[in-house]
Design a protein around this ligand. Structure first.
Ligand code: HPA
Length: 274
């Protein structure tokens, strides 16, 4: 008989426990913009996604797929190098599976990053935005379907989806180091199209500051599982009804690379403090 979702989570967690000596409490999803953070990790173990039972395999250009265990900012962490996007064709249970596994092995704090298009008129390309909240515009919620009560409640609150304490900590670091950090609401869309000018405008009117194609599913599942979450977006392009520049994947990657030093500094210092 096909294994249940819960059985798959437990099986994958057991595999990781057997592979890794020490188990981390902090997980990091290295999206666009946090790629450079890998170079700062004192790596003790790497596991290729291909060799992890039940793990989906990453396909997107610019994202390789492995789990990395090691020390960063004086803390033992695990990082996902490469994430699974809904637009690649994975279903929501696959997109969020690694977060479930993280929780199962004991991770209680999740850092996520992404690239996003800015709609807030104050934003510039290359800015880093702390995600204070999100709007879920994916066509499906990852929690749809049978609820496993051992994983979390049927109707989880999303009132503080992004930890206020962690946001304050990032703000303190930015103030001390004179780093420009923006705040804003992230709109999560399925992609893979970038937005029409009217869509950017619409997302701004409904309360969004930046829009992207990831993060929201993982953050919903992390909250369901009772994890604390910190999220950041690199603003890689700007959108709105008067903006004619056409975003391309290459430009998004280039802008993200530019923002990496800021992202790396903030995350490393946060780890040192938590
Ligand atoms: N829209 C959606 N996703 C994105 C964008 C954007 O403008 N930029 C980077 N990811």
């Amino acid at each position: 008989m096909e294994k249940s979702y819960l059985e798959k989570i437990k099986e994958t967690a057991a595999f990781i426990r057997a592979e890794v000596g020490e188990l981390p409490k902090i997980g990091i999803i290295l999206g666009t913009g946090l790629g450079d953070l890998v170079n700062h990790i004192e790596i003790s173990k790497e596991i290729d996604y291909h060799s992890i039972p039940n793990f989906p395999v990453s396909t997107v250009e610019g994202h390789s797929g492995k789990l990395i265990f090691g020390n960063l900012g004086g803390k033992y962490i695990m990082a996902m190098q490469g994430r699974f996007h809904y637009y690649e064709g994975y279903d929501m249970k696959e997109v969020t599976f690694p977060v479930r596994v993280m929780k199962e092995i004991g991770v209680d704090t999740l850092f996520v990053s992404n690239a996003a298009g800015g709609m807030n008129k104050e934003f510039k390309v290359g800015d880093v935005m702390i995600i204070t909240d999100h709007i879920n515009l994916f066509p499906e919620n990852p929690l749809r379907g049978k609820n496993y009560n051992e994983l979390g409640p049927r109707f989880p609150a999303m009132t503080e989806a992004y930890s206020a304490a962690l946001i304050n900590m990032a703000d303190d670091i930015a103030r001390e180091d004179n780093i420009r950090l923006m705040h804003g609401v992230y709109v999560g869309t399925p992609g893979p199209t970038f937005e029409t000018p009217a869509e950017y405008e619409y997302f701004h009117i409904i309360g969004g500051d930046a829009v992207g194609m990831s993060t929201v599913p993982e953050v919903i599942v992390a909250n369901h599982a009772g994890m604390r979450v910190f999220g950041v977006s690199v603003i890689t392009d700007l959108g709105g009804k008067d903006i004619k520049e056409v975003p391309t994947h290459e430009e998004v990657q280039k802008a993200a690379v530019k923002a990496q030093p800021v992202m790396t500094t903030v995350i490393k210092q946060m780890l040192a403090r938590i």
